[in-house]
Write a protein that binds this ligand. Structure first.
Ligand SMILES: Nc1ncnc2c1ncn2[C@@H]1O[C@H](COP(=O)(O)OP(=O)(O)OP(=O)(O)O)[C@@H](O)[C@H]1O
Ligand SMILES: [Mg+2]
Length: 268
């Protein structure tokens, strides 16, 4: 479990995070939901140690991360896998070499053969068993995300952070990437944190969701509770899509959601 306690962060006097408290549960897909510019990425960077919060603390399974000794912080960092927004693959390395990279960095005692087996296992797990020799320029956006996931889980991470894993993907590919993150999280008991503004991800994989608005957590709950949340800012966020509004209207009128497939969305 990751515990985030009273995190504040400002840039040049402008507060971005204003006392965020939240918990990310073990073995679950924890979503950080919120509009653009609300501080989601800043929060993530504070949690993984890429940015130092002005005030507040973070613990990983009971071990203090913030301001702790360098070796303790490094040990926690070693257990963190990151899926970056743009994939952040090394262009000059093959898919297999990209996946192997953190193993070389983090597990120096692993033999070449063990590394090769682990890379093979991880690429297979994300459905890319035949793509190891390809260069990043030769594969699609969805495949790049898969490589990013393989690379993140290669060193057996305990914590997995994904910043907007669906950005730039079509809806069907987005769902497949969400499903992969969800499956891997539950299969290996990883504490996963996914940053998103995608409501599809919420209803697909939101085991535990926190809603961030203007640097504050306004709500938390799960995917079954979120549609009934009574926080005005969250309601506005959820129902900003005309499709979701149409779905809600149909349901409120006692109809079936299947109906909306046969009629165009209209303003309500
Ligand atoms: N290094 C930085 N220096 C100054 N301001 C920053 C820095 N990083 C983020 N900000 C500011 O903090 C605010 C929150 O940014 P953040 O990237 O966390 O938003 P976000 O919720 O991730 O948005 P998006 O959904 O668009 O990715 C923005 O106003 C941004 O300009
Ligand atoms: Mg962001």
């Amino acid at each position: 479990m990751i515990e985030v306690h009273n995190i504040h962060k400002a840039f040049n006097g402008n507060p971005v995070l204003k006392g965020v408290n939240c918990i990310f549960e073990t073995g679950k897909c924890n979503l950080v939901l919120g509009g653009s510019g609300t501080g989601k990425s800043v929060l993530l960077q504070c949690i993984v140690g890429l940015m130092k919060p002005d005030i507040g603390s973070i613990t990983f399974d009971g071990t203090m991360f913030t301001n702790n000794k360098v070796d303790i912080r490094q040990e926690i960092r070693r257990q963190i896998g990151m899926l970056f927004q743009g994939g952040a693959l090394f262009d000059s390395m093959t898919v297999a070499e990209n996946t192997e990279f953190p193993l070389k960095m983090l597990t120096p005692n692993m033999s070449r053969e063990e590394r090769r087996d682990r890379v093979e296992f991880c690429l297979k797990r994300v459905g890319l068993e035949n793509a190891g020799n390809k260069m990043p320029s030769e594969i699609s956006g969805g495949m790049k995300k898969r490589v990013g996931i393989a690379r993140a889980i290669a060193p057996n991470c305990t914590y997995l952070f994904c910043d907007e894993p669906n950005s730039g993907l079509d809806p069907a590919t987005s769902i497949k990437i969400d499903e992969l993150i969800y499956e891997i999280t539950h299969e290996y008991g990883i504490t996963t944190v996914v940053i998103t503004h995608d409501m599809n991800s919420v209803v697909e994989i939101g085991d535990h969701i926190i809603f961030l608005h203007k640097g504050q957590k306004l709500w938390d709950g799960n995917k079954d509770e979120i549609l009934y949340a009574q926080v005005p800012e969250l309601k506005e966020f959820i129902f900003s899509s005309s499709l979701v509004r149409a779905a809600k209207r149909v349901e409120d009128e006692g109809g079936s959601l299947d109906q909306i497939r046969n009629e165009p969305a209209r303003e309500v």
